[in-house]
Design a protein around this ligand. Structure first.
Ligand SMILES: [Zn+2]
Length: 472
């Protein structure tokens, strides 16, 4: 690619991207807090990050991607108060804190795979990096940037010049005279915990000794410590959801740069929210859709990935089930087209030069701050125009899919949800055993879930019943 431009939250402008040590690109993305399944709004951010990674690879960069798993220290309140989300989740599920963290980490990785999100090169757990976090807090203490109160060790944000420059508007609201609720002992409203002491009246499952006393790390500390451990004190790109800008990423900068005196990250990139019923998708807001819920409703998780291509990553995306259904049929049409093009061009040579020509428009959209909606529009226009050979169109689809990750070359017949696929197979077995009673029962169960089967000599085909289709 000629040149990549990305919007940098730090400068609030599009900048030409140049890595510090080409061809390597260091990429850190904030991962899940593993006390629950992640909702599809969280996965919208993960899909944006995966697209970024694929575009960097397409540009010839070697990406080293590090993602953390928060398995301790993320409290139910952003103000360093409340309970640890992991310990709350453990009590809810009747597991230990360690078990629940492992359980939801595994489920998260499965969901990533279902969405064709390439796994990170390093997946690091906060509990696996306690010494690195203590070391970072000690460096900050040695520089006089911390203070200790009854509840823990805190970062003194008034001693770090430039604190809050990732989101200056927030500091406006905290000027003297503003009414801010503040924990007893905190010197400034923006100060945050580096190390929290275990409560005296309650035994925590996860706690460690430290130079200051038994306790656990503050949530923000893990990302600074692990990012620098795996990517160096300065690296190229740090991503996350837009909700992390104001506090979490602001504090990550303070911790890292406070300790090293160097620029921590060159490019900060943030994905906007998925919105449902006018509210950001969140556990507390009611509308909580997971990958599992999609599958239960017979939706291919990759239809959701297609859905995410319909808005730029820096714009909010409205979620409705109707629009998701439209995304599913658009994806099916692309796959059917790919199948047809494959059949048409099976024995024809060439196509590569023609493909390069149309690919330019697709790539140009990617270079402009990952304009995926524009790139997908260029893809559809190329297919509609049909100005290049079927072979070239097929190669073009293949090239686009390396960025989009939609399994475009898979037949739509392969895209059955796991549970439905199993039922179809069981019915096939029953039919072969000539157990027609069982086969019919399964057919009815599938029909109840909206799947209609047709038997052909070559095997069984299925289709999803349209709501409006009239039944004879
Ligand atoms: Zn983080």
């Amino acid at each position: 690619m000629e040149k990549l431009y990305f919007f940098n939250t730090l400068s609030r402008s599009k900048e030409a991207f140049k890595p510090l040590r080409p061809p390597m690109v260091g990429l850190y993305t904030c991962g899940p807090t593993v006390y629950n399944d992640q909702h599809i709004g969280n996965f919208r951010t993960a899909i944006f990050q995966d697209t970024l990674k694929r575009v960097l690879r397409l540009s010839g960069y070697q990406v080293r991607h590090v993602m953390n798993v928060t398995d301790v220290g993320h409290l139910t309140s952003d103000a360093d108060e409340g309970e640890d989300k992991i310990e709350v989740g453990a009590a809810r599920e009747g597991m230990t804190a360690w078990e629940i963290a492992e359980h939801f980490t595994q489920r998260y990785l499965k969901d990533l795979a279902k969405l064709n999100i390439i796994a990170p090169d390093v997946l690091c757990r906060a509990t696996g990096h306690i010494p690195e976090q203590i070391e970072l807090a000690r460096r900050l203490e040695a520089k006089g940037l911390t203070y200790r109160i009854e509840d823990g060790v805190y970062f003194d944000t008034s001693k770090f010049p430039g604190y809050g420059r990732l989101d200056p508007s927030r500091l406006e609201g905290l000027k003297p005279g503003a009414r801010v609720e503040m924990m007893a002992g905190k010197k400034n409203p923006t100060d945050f915990a580096l190390w929290k002491f275990s409560p005296k009246d309650k035994k925590r499952q996860m706690e460690w000794p430290s130079p200051w006393g038994v306790g656990f790390p503050g949530w923000h500390l893990e990302c600074s410590a692990m990012a620098m451990h795996y990517l160096g004190e300065s690296f190229d790109i740090h991503c996350g959801g837009a909700d992390l800008i104001t506090i979490h990423h602001t504090n990550e900068i303070a911790q890292a740069e406070g300790a090293t005196g160097k620029q921590f990250v060159r490019f900060w990139m943030h994905g906007e929210f998925l919105v449902m019923n006018q509210a950001k998708m969140a556990k507390s807001a009611g509308g909580f859709v997971t990958v599992r819920v999609l599958e239960e409703k017979g939706v291919d998780p990759l239809a959701y990935r297609y859905y995410c291509t319909t808005a730029h990553y820096r714009k909010q995306l409205d979620f409705t089930w109707e629009a998701l259904e439209a995304a599913q049929s658009a994806l099916n049409r692309l796959r059917d087209r790919a199948q047809a093009l494959f059949q048409e061009s099976r024995n024809s040579p060439g196509g590569v030069e023609e493909t390069a020509l149309v690919q330019k428009r697709f790539v140009e959209r990617l270079e402009d701050d990952l304009d995926i909606p524009g790139a997908v529009a260029a893809l559809w226009e190329t297919l509609k125009a049909g100005a290049i050979s079927p072979k070239a169109q097929y190669l073009f689809l293949e090239a686009c899919d390396a960025v989009l990750g939609l399994d475009l070359l898979k037949s739509s017949q392969d895209q059955l949800p796991e549970e439905i696929r199993r039922l179809v197979e069981e019915r096939e077995d029953a039919r072969l055993r000539r157990d027609f009673k069982t086969a019919d029962e399964i057919r009815l169960r599938l029909a109840a879930k909206g799947f209609v089967l047709e038997d052909f000599a070559s095997g069984v085909r299925w289709k999803k019943r349209q709501e409006k289709e009239s039944r004879p």
